[in-house]
Ligand binder design. Structure first.
Ligand code: NAP
Length: 292
């Protein structure tokens, strides 16, 4: 019997990466012969590892921290999102030998937002909290979607200013302003979408997990609150948003939908996202129970 078609994720470290659970569940549900593994690849070995995957017949790779920016220079071609975001989270190995770099972080977020709320950032006032890798993808996507206004707020204000400038250069029609946390109340006032992309609320540190990136009384009661943090699935931010009357969009959905976009490019088949979401929640419950 031939070996399954290899897929995988390159990261450093790689011990806690969840994407094998998602993609292997999709393969099992669909009865497709793919096998997806996590590989710990040191930054110095990234180019060699990507070339190795190509000659070993990989159909695709997920690229995660810390390689998303560095890997772009090894691609033969970049998708529009990867180019505008300056980062690659998905590689497609084409039959002609070309390596195409994509970024599904923004589209995954948008598709899950639409699925959960029926809403779109077009014409809306939006606030992104944080200015790291997740913020870059979602801020570019919000700008591409035609938000009326985008504010980026971050603990380190210089990074928010830099990201705002980056987004305005990538999407010249966008109106983006960056800053620190001192005027968070006015930045949130009248916002229709707030996205947390900081790691506040994330499991692994009790104080961090109990913290929200924005005070509860700053959240407008008719806004949509989306969290990048997925462990735990119901973060303090999302709980505060529910109490404020806001609609919530969980980080688990964002994680599954960015994986689903990659899966579709590699296999040509839709990921069974409901089944994959179930297995993700089971895995997170186990992780929170055994290691929390
Ligand atoms: P990153 O590049 O390291 O950025 C981290 C961000 O969090 C920075 O803006 C940082 O602010 C901020 N931050 C960290 N500790 C903070 C604190 N104590 N107080 C205030 N701000 C703090 O990380 P990333 O790749 O963007 O990931 C961020 C989060 O999103 C992680 O939890 C990650 O797991 C999650 N994520 C989820 C998805 C998904 O599919 N659901 C996708 C991507 C990422 P400074 O600049 O001031 O340090």
């Amino acid at each position: 019997m031939p070996n399954p078609i290899p897929l995988g994720v390159f990261g450093f470290p790689a011990g806690h990466i969840l994407s094998p659970v998602l993609h292997n569940k999709a393969a099992e549900e669909l009865g497709l012969d793919y096998h997806y593994l996590a590989y710990e690849v040191r930054p110095d070995n990234l180019e060699e590892a990507v070339r190795g995957a190509k000659v070993m017949g990989f159909r695709g790779l997920t690229i995660t921290i810390p390689h998303k920016v560095a890997v772009a220079k090894f691609m033969d071609e970049l998708s529009e999102d990867a180019r505008l975001m300056g980062a690659v989270n998905t590689i497609v190995f084409e039959e002609n030998g070309n390596l195409i770099g994509h970024n599904t972080d923004g589209i995954g977020w948008l598709q899950f937002l639409r699925e959960t709320t029926g809403e779109h950032p077009r014409g809306k006032k939006c606030l992104v909290l944080g200015a790291g890798g997740a913020a870059r993808a979602v801020a570019v996507k919000i700008a591409q979607c035609g938000a009326t206004h985008l504010a980026i707020r971050n603990r380190t204000s210089a990074k928010a200013l830099e990201l705002a400038h980056f987004v305005e250069k990538s999407v010249p029609s966008a109106k983006v302003e960056g800053g620190g946390l001192d005027d968070l109340y006015s930045a949130a006032d009248g916002c229709e979408i707030i996205v947390n992309t900081t790691s506040l609320g994330m499991w692994g540190d009790a104080e961090r997990m109990a913290t929200t990136p924005i005070p509860e009384d700053f959240i407008p009661n008719d806004c949509i609150c989306s969290d990048a943090v997925y462990i735990p699935p119901d973060t303090e931010f999302l709980k505060a948003a529910i109490r404020s009357g806001a609609k919530v969009v969980r980080g688990t959905g964002w994680l599954v939908y960015q994986a689903a976009a990659a899966w579709k490019m590699w296999t040509g088949v839709d990921m069974p996202t409901d089944k994959v979401m179930e297995v993700l929640h089971e895995t997170l419950e186990l992780r929170l129970g055994t290691e929390g």
